[in-house]
Design a protein around this ligand. Structure first.
Ligand code: GLY
Ligand code: MN
Ligand code: MN
Length: 442
């Protein structure tokens, strides 16, 4: 399926990046193919930084951004060249002419020429912006150029030539979503929500978690998504207390809850990330209902906090407070709210953060804190809000807290929405996935 990314948007985005690089030349590699086993590979997944700047979805390419060069020579792509014999196996490649014609490359070369040409392209730059430690095939080529430049700087006594990471610049840009990106995020959330609605209406005691997973992922594919954005979590009963449970191979039992954390990834790589929890037989038990209401109240309070001027830590803090208060009321914790929070004495029941940035990566890039200061929420940022309660024998009760009665155990609940910060109320992108107590029951 073709990408809807508009080239005009990408030109503006590259210009912004080039301006912020100052005199540094950025080297941004594409992802390679990754071996699954023997000579079989995983489906290709582009490096999100590379995708953000190029919209080019082929492996083993390298993009150069060269603010020190003349107009028309600032966006250079090195790509795998056309090769009809290989393309018969792996599908068509754009080749050097294709990326000039269709992807806005100002100049393009075959990838194998990178070691020969890189040094010339870097001449006149103040330094290199390249992320070390992530691109084992490209890094030696970059470091060789850097070494040679440093050696020649010493001889000719010119300006120091240094290596920086491009991430702080690029990830700050990626933190704010443009309007056309938001349309794609709404679409990812809509498809993901539809799958959750289907799954809740489908699940019955006696089925296997895997059958529900199959329905969810079928829905993603049928609605034009690339597939799941991450390993779908379909977790009945106590399995829901394993935060990244993906084995999804247990029977769904009468009387237990089913937690589903699943979202789709579009062909443009924007992602949904939604969690819903509901009773498998359609009726909450008393304990399940009590805990569900606490998580729902925590999520509502946290959502209210997703407004400009607040920050992700404040969103987490309010969710923690509502959960601790609820657990105190139910006798699952004891003590004063403030000291329980201060001493983390709730973390055997709520052990993760309340959300993360969401975008081209599910756990998207962007700082949460700059030095001593939490990053303030601003319109255009997108994040998840996902408090939970997990009561299980898996987690030891901290000293001073009561042992938990068996009737609470095996209950794992999370409610997760995808949210856009606006200058007014937050926009819940995933609102099509219902979550009220009544809606979770049949
Ligand atoms: N699905 C992973 C997460 O919610 O962060
Ligand atoms: Mn999730
Ligand atoms: Mn999440």
């Amino acid at each position: 399926m073709p990408s809807v990314i508009d080239q005009h948007g990408l030109v503006k985005r590259r210009d912004r990046f080039l301006r912020q690089l100052g005199g540094y030349a950025a080297i941004i590699p594409a992802a390679p193919m990754v071996v699954h086993h023997a000579d079989c590979e995983y489906p290709f997944r582009q490096n999100s930084d590379f995708w953000y700047l190029t919209g080019f979805d082929e492996p083993d390419a390298v993009a150069l951004f060269l603010p020190h060069r003349a107009l028309g020579e600032r966006f250079v792509l090195f790509v795998l060249p056309r090769d009809p014999a290989l393309e018969a196996w792996t599908g068509s490649r754009s080749g050097t002419q294709g990326v000039v014609d269709h992807f806005g490359a100002e100049v393009a070369h075959p990838l194998e020429e990178l070691p020969l040409r890189l040094k010339d392209y870097l001449k006149g730059a103040e330094g290199i912006a390249f992320r070390v430690g992530k691109h084992p095939k490209i890094e030696p080529i970059v470091l060789k150029c850097l070494t040679e430049q440093l050696d020649s700087v010493q001889r000719c006594g010119s300006l120091p030539f240094s290596l920086i990471a491009p991430c702080p610049i690029l990830h700050q840009l990626r933190l704010y979503k443009e309007s056309w990106e938001l349309e794609l995020m709404r679409e990812a959330a809509r498809i993901s929500a539809k799958a959750h609605e289907l799954a809740r209406n489908f699940a019955r005691p006696g089925m296997n978690e895997r059958q529900v997973q199959a329905l969810i992922e079928k829905c993603f594919l049928e609605h034009g998504a690339r597939g799941p954005a991450y390993g779908s979590i379909v977790a009945g009963g106590d399995n829901a207390c394993i935060l990244h449970y993906t084995s999804n191979n247990a029977p769904l039992r009468d009387g237990e809850l089913l937690l589903i954390d699943a979202g789709c990834s579009l062909f443009d790589y924007y992602n949904g990330d939604i969690t819903r929890t509901f009773p498998i037989n359609g009726r909450f038990s008393g304990e399940q209902k009590d805990l569900y209401q606490v998580v729902l109240a925590a999520q509502q309070a946290a959502l209210e906090c997703v407004v400009p001027g607040q920050n992700a830590e404040a969103v987490h803090a309010i969710a923690v407070r509502v959960i601790v208060e609820g657990l105190l009321d139910l006798g699952i914790l004891k003590g004063s709210i403030d000291s329980l929070i201060e001493q983390d004495a709730y973390r055997h029941i709520y052990m993760h953060r309340t959300g993360h940035w969401l975008g081209l990566d599910v756990h998207d890039v962007g700082a949460y804190r700059l030095g001593d200061y939490p990053v303030e929420l601003e319109p255009g940022m997108t994040l998840t809000v996902e408090p939970g309660i997990y009561v299980s024998d898996r987690f030891p009760v901290p000293e001073g807290q009561p042992e938990i009665d068996n009737h609470w155990k095996g209950i794992g609940i999370r409610i997760e929405d995808d949210v856009l910060v606006t200058d007014k109320r937050p926009e819940v992108l995933s609102e099509d996935a219902l979550k009220s107590l009544e809606d979770m029951q049949k």
